[in-house]
Design a protein around this ligand. Sequence first.
Ligand code: F6P
Length: 424
Amino acid sequence: MLLLEPGHEKLAIVMVGLPARGKTFVARKITRYLSWLGYNTRWFNVGEYRRARAGARQPAEFFDPNNADWRDARLDFALAALEDMLAFLRSGGEVGIYDAANTERARRELVFQRCRNEGVRVVFIESICEDERVIEGNVRETKLRSPDYAGVDPEEAVRDFRKRIEFYESTYQPISDERLSFIKLIDVGRQVVVNRVRGYLGSRLVYFLMNLHPAHRRIWLTRHGESHYNVEQRIGGDPPLTEKGFEYARTLEQFLAERDASGKAVVVWTSSLKRTVATAEIIGRKSIAWRALDELDAGICDGLTYAEIATRHAEEFQSRARDKFRYRYPRGESYADVIQRLEPLIIELERQRASVLVVAHQAVVRVLYGYLMGKPQEECPHIPVPLHTVIELTPTAYGYEERRVELAPGGPSSERITVMPVST
Ligand code: F6P
């Protein structure tokens, strides 16, 4: 799904900011969001080029701006990443995310000119944070786990990283040129300054960034309990739960009580259909029913079994098998349509600071999971999402750790833990 209008300029999103200001967190969130929306997007991290070319273990002095040799070496890594990003944009890429400190005006000028020479539009995103507690938290959470400090005593690593930050601070020039397009994120969303950011994509980006925050909270995704249509293998409709489905809801309630022992508020979201509303009702917490979470609309095939569709609408059945992501049921929807309607909900999900339980449907859970775990769009329709299983997503530095918990109605739960790296 190419969303940039024909002839539209390609876009480079250039991160700016001192170390430990959450640039990579933001860069990866944007990469996942834009990829999920259908833009061919790729993240280029200069730190990875440095580690690949110079080795991960460099002392803080490597970042000393007065050391000419190392300064040149660091410039080479930055240019290598930049050229790779431009090559990606020349060969079908639509958005490149250039993740580096870019704290000096001269460096930004160089990146800007190189992009402009290739007809690539540039938006800078500068992350500014003066809150010592947030910086300390970032250093401990992300940097100590970075390959740069593998096997190093944590206190020594913190000291070294602080020194690295000081070197960057000694030459830092925040963005001040108002001719440039930029977004400044100040103190993790307390203030957002937007300058000369235009167009559809630009405004989506601003809206997305205004709602981002790094608070740790869990997200649980589940389908409703078994419905009568599930038993009959019919799709769509608005059927009630079976007795087994009600049992699942009761087990889900226990699961949530165990996980949320602190008694902190959990936000519960359902679709507007009976089977999700009934599942959530038993949990006994306040829930919000969203129409946007309704199951993919199967149009003229609603209420049929797959076998009936194959005989009564053979051509439709085959078209869907050929391209399940783009196929749209006559008078119904495609997975691509479901992504479009879920976009506002994704922003709402990002905005929530409490943990969220989403009780929805197979196709919708696939699409939400695809966003959170950075799965390519085309893979979404094929992600396994069985009934009576909770997908538990716990935030890590830049993504989520996934656990799948099968809740056998009435019986003991079996937990399969798959720690999945985020792919974009
Ligand atoms: O079968 C349950 C169901 O939620 C249907 O209502 C829906 O049409 C279907 O799953 C979506 O899954 P798929 O895209 O694999 O047909």
